[in-house]
Design a protein around this ligand. Sequence first.
Ligand code: SAH
Length: 243
Amino acid sequence: MKKLYVVGIGPGSIENMTLKAYNVIKECDVIVGYTKYLDMIKEIIEGKELYSTGMRSEEERCRLAIKLAKEKDVAIISTGDAGIYGMAGLILELCNEEEIKNVVIVPGITASSAAGSIVGAPLMHDNCNISLSDLMTPYDEIKERVDFAAKSDFIISLYNPKSKGRPHYLKECIDIIRQYRDSKTPVAIVKHALREGQNSLVTTIDNIDYDLVDMMTIVIVGNSKSYIKDGQFITPRGYNTRC
Ligand code: SAH
């Protein structure tokens, strides 16, 4: 039995990958992942056995990776962190079923951290991630979490904010958050953070241009103390910065 690595490749540029993720990918014989993710790291996977297209579901891809890891070292890749809406959980669940113990999870920079670094320091206080994808979570549950997170004054990073099938969810969730936030609350809209095509905007909760948002975007909403200064989105930690 060889090793099965579940690797978070970070946002998608080689320089923002951890050294461990880089080394693991370099050393594995087989790489499994979406075509567009493989494409992001193509310069380091040349000549390896690649599995991407032709697999309908994530489960199918995970099962294939588990099977291949019986013979060779395999890396199955996610963007960002593999443990945040990535492949780590499903791999472990499937491996537990089969009592397979050769899994190693390699973390990466998740989208909220990547986006945060571009717009300033929005995540400096207690924060949470909420995915607006209703493929596996009922929309009512998502809205309830948004409500509780807003009520509890968390900074909220909205993953999977928009898709063709659910164009209105983002606005509906922002409307929930607005019940608890000032109209000037900072909002960051960051597309393709730290990879080719990067685009970012810092605005306020009342001025969001929803047309800018798509599935390649993350939306970060500040807490009640977040502010914008010289275009930077800052959430104070609470240090006394007055001299
Ligand atoms: N495992 C990933 C998240 C996968 S869910 C991670 O840890 O980052 C997919 C969603 O993540 C996208 O719809 C988008 O909202 C967000 N995302 C992932 N990479 C991104 C990037 N580079 N820039 C902006 N958003 C990104």
